[in-house]
Design a protein around this ligand. Sequence first.
Ligand code: FAD
Length: 635
Amino acid sequence: MQPFETVVVDTDLLILGGGMSACGATFEASYWAKKHGLKVTVVDKAAMDRSGAVAMGLSAINEYIGYGKGQNTCEDYVKYVRQDLMGISREDLVYDIARHVDSSVHLFEKWGLPIWKDEKGEYVHEGRWQIMINGESYKVIVAEAAKNALATLGENGQLFERVFIVEPLMNGDTCVGAVGFSVREPKFYVFKAKATIVCMGGAVHVFRPRSVGEGLGRAWYPPWNCGSSAYFTIRAGAEMTCQEVRFIPVRFKDGYGPVGAWFLLFKSRATNAFGGEYMVERAEELKKWAPYGTGKPIPANLRNWLGMEDIMEGKGPIYMRTEEAIANLAAAYKDDPKAFKKKMKELEAEAWEDFLDMTITQSFLWAATNVKPEEKPSEIAAAEPYFIGSHSGASGAWVCGPEDLMPEEYKAQWKDIGLYNRMSTVKGLFCAGDASGASSHKFSSGSHAEGRIAAKGAIAYILDHNQAPEVDMAKVEELKERILKPLQIFEQYSPISSDPEINPNYIMPKMFMFRLQKIMDEYAGGVTAQFTTNKPMLERALELLQFLKEDSEKLAARDLHELMRAWENVHRMWIAESHVRHILFREETRWPGYYFRADFPDMDEENWKCFVNSVWNPQTGEWTLKKVPVVHLPV
Ligand code: FAD
């Protein structure tokens, strides 16, 4: 195996990831670091301009309060998230983001993001909280601002791209940085830091996707986020929360195009193949899930659930009635042929742009299958499960909230290590975006705002604990050997078989991923199991995951790219295990439409209106799970 240079980077604040929350963290941290002469280092496995979930662009900003405009308040947002997550959310965190999010949006506009305006100069709303943007370059604009801010630090601001972070560096119970490797050159990186912010997104391809074979790789969630945030925080010994709360979006089928603009802006209906409208015909079912099912807006998982019931009854496919919605919108112009033609062109352009802004593949699929949305409806379907705590999922680390809002019950946990906003239960380890749990619906704007909040907390922590981190370099050498092992395994054993993909001594990352996906799909409530599972199924999943864990020691990689693939899948395996343990622990069905516990088919407000939190003990390798009360804010 070629020698790998060890590169040691000493810094004050380490920001892991280059997505929306990392950009927010970098922007804010640079301001405070400059004041105090501190170093900031950012590490992304990809290139910040186009990395993370916003890489392709977006067509709407989904969290905007419009604070002070007399329309919405932060309290309203807290109630909205409480309702959508069936009562389970950290309302102090949600409120904290809501009170900061508008300023992130205003910064985006200042940096050049085109936000749609109406004739009065007000933002055009897609829904109550969502505003429309021309967002194909959204990520480039936000990344540029982050990089500019970092550049103001001169040598004290460093950005490493194409470096994959594998593991936390620990000194006892304190996080002192991270290790990883370059995916372009033989370099092993050791980042020593006084505080670390985890911003490495959520996870996709843990469950078998609907798109297999020819379509493999296509998913709603972009392919590069693989559970690194969860892996990093779990392995550091941080308490995790809501790891059972996965997200299954209903999207245009096979291209995964967004439905928000159709439902909210174009006021479209979804009907089954026989013209029935499940939201109307199955309205009675919602009462079973009261008070959330009978509240407004109807939670995303319950809307999914009603559509799924149609599918299970053989009434599919489900269609988005684009032709009907466009006809309704153009109806007002019917008597003026010229105005009608103009309106139809405008609507047609908006329909295509919605996809071209953020899910280009869906427009390819429309073009390839001769779809004219103004003439023909399109199929929609529930995708496969994803982990995205910043969207409608909630998985992530259990973090400290703001001192003025965090309930006393939660504060107790941080009394010995200090109340630093967004610090996990591990000293020096902060989280934002998908990495911090129980605060859903932050989306792109709220993740950016939370990155800024976490950066401020982390800088405060550094100023209070301004000692050089102690790193045991012997341990680092062990980590280096373990992390590079797949390369060595491939080199040693590949010559003994005629096809390097198949070998009795090792498993290639792709095959490993297929096995993980099969376990999760069949036993943990994936697509083929109609998102349904039960105790024996979950216990079998754990048994099979244990075998997979043993085989992870035999992962092989022929190059740096495949080394990344190997570790991506180890990260996926850990979030999978944590997910299964959480679902198993929660003995009820709270989010039908995301998953269904067939052995506990009802929601149990009395016993399970609580968070499920877990800790993996790095010393013993044991998991412990517990209930934590939900404390509502008085709103
Ligand atoms: P991301 O922005 O995904 O960033 C994660 C970063 O971590 C990336 O830079 C990645 O390269 C890096 N990374 C991952 N693993 C590693 C590793 N091991 N080492 C180093 N770096 C690593 N929000 C809206 O406001 N409006 C919308 O219309 C909207 N639509 C969406 C559509 C889709 C398909 C998805 C997936 C999300 C959508 N969102 C939308 C939500 C929004 O994109 C996310 O909330 C936001 O991007 C989360 O920010 P983050 O920083 O946590 O993660």
